[in-house]
Write a protein of this length. Sequence first.
Length: 278
Amino acid sequence: MYELKCRTETIGKQYIWLDQTDSTNEVIKRLLRDGQTIEGEAGKVSKMIVGSIHHGLTVLADHQTGGKGRSGREWVDEVGTNIAMSILLQPGLGAESISMVTLVSAMAVAKAIKDTTGLKTEIKWPNDVIIGGRKVCGILTELELGAGHYCVIVGIGINVNQAYFEDELEDKATSLLNESEGCVPYDREVIAAAVLENLEHYYDIFCKTGNMSELMYEYNRILVNRNNTVKVLDPSENVEGISRGIDDMGRLLVELENGDIHHIYAGEVSVRGVYGYV
């Protein structure tokens, strides 16, 4: 088992690290629903939950059998190679602010990877972290009712030491191992701790305003498709134009051919470059 050493005040101070589970997001949901027990969970517990469940509770697993991404897509990981973790946040913010937690989390992952590996990271709005045009991290944010108030569960999956991907993912996905010089494996505990430290930093800034106004510049600076042509695939309508970054509400600004600005809300939409994955 592993020890998580975070230089944080709250996020990651209370944690569980499992050998295997269906989904780290689902573990937190069960804890919220059933109380402070994880009886029946596969694997051993590296640190038992004691007392009440707090803001910042983090669940990690060496392997997920039922990991999910956005739109119900399956998230597949190899045993003991990647980071699969979920964080419980109790923000006390309005519902209109919840979708922006995904953007804040992506910033935390991008900076943590850059700080610990030196690799150049970018963000594909709203929830993917990209290296060299391929996805290295996906984030799934879910709203959950716990103890009479809304909580946010942030699920983060990072390809760390996975060397091979299925054929359909080979051109779309990558790992820190594959992007490193000499294919050197990385310490998952160090990277996970860095993600939590950066998440606490950015999340505290976000909560002061309830929007992206203080983080917008930094987010836009590493937005992979900024000032490039994008196609937004929405269930109601498809939009094609030039990405101009995000606004203070985390909406993607797409400039249409006639000069109008279309505001895209994070949700069940997909953003693609006209050519290629990003």
